[in-house]
Design a protein around this ligand. Structure first.
Ligand SMILES: CC(C)(COP(=O)(O)OP(=O)(O)OC[C@H]1O[C@@H](n2cnc3c(N)ncnc32)[C@H](O)[C@@H]1OP(=O)(O)O)[C@@H](O)C(=O)NCCC(=O)NCCS
Length: 149
């Protein structure tokens, strides 16, 4: 696992289109996220020289925010998602955040299971947040040890 580099962006664009067909991030969004460092902190996971997973977190306050997280279909169910999430938790903790929050689609069972088992709690539900499709967003929160509050 290593920090995201701008040379990874073409690979990320291909993965985004596959994993988030309704709301893939545009290249401009990725460039803005890279420009947002160190507040924005991104990590990628490689296998055989190819990026197979990536995740990012917004740091800098009491509440850290998961920006995105994804694992290539060919590399799913091997523990990479959990490793990426653990890395975001570690980065938020190192930044002295008290909480790590995220939003997840109500119909995304694999991701919700991952967050549940990692200790995230349901904070609130944003009704019909994801469009198109009228899908609710579950806002989840993990309380971090050693946070500032
Ligand atoms: C969610 C995602 C990142 C999980 O990545 P992954 O590498 O497959 O996850 P892991 O192998 O680390 O599994 C971790 C846990 O997730 C849950 N999980 C993973 N795949 C699952 C599935 N198909 N069904 C149910 N639970 C699943 C399990 O709790 C699993 O723990 P376990 O193996 O001890 O049961 C991956 O499915 C993904 O990229 N999905 C598409 C993009 C996405 O939805 N991102 C999250 C947006 S909020």
């Amino acid at each position: 696992m290593r920090d995201l580099h701008w040379t990874d962006l073409p690979e990320l664009a291909a993965l985004e289109a596959e994993l988030f067909p309704d709301d893939a991030w545009a290249p401009e969004t990725w460039w803005a996220e890279l420009a947002g460092r160190p507040r924005r902190s991104y990590v990628v996971q490689e296998q055989d020289g190819r990026v197979v997973g990536y995740a990012g977190v917004d740091l800098g306050g009491e509440v850290a925010d998961v920006m995105t997280m994804a694992v290539a279909p060919s590399a799913q169910a091997q523990g990479l998602g959990r490793r990426l999430l653990d890395e975001l938790v570690a980065r938020a903790q190192a930044d002295h955040a008290a909480y790590l929050i995220l939003e997840v689609r109500e119909d995304n069972a694999p991701a919700r299971k991952l967050y549940d088992t990692r200790g995230f709690e349901l904070l609130t539900v944003r009704r019909r947040y994801y469009q198109p499709g009228d899908v609710d967003a579950h806002v989840m929160r993990l309380t971090l040890a050693g946070g500032a509050s």
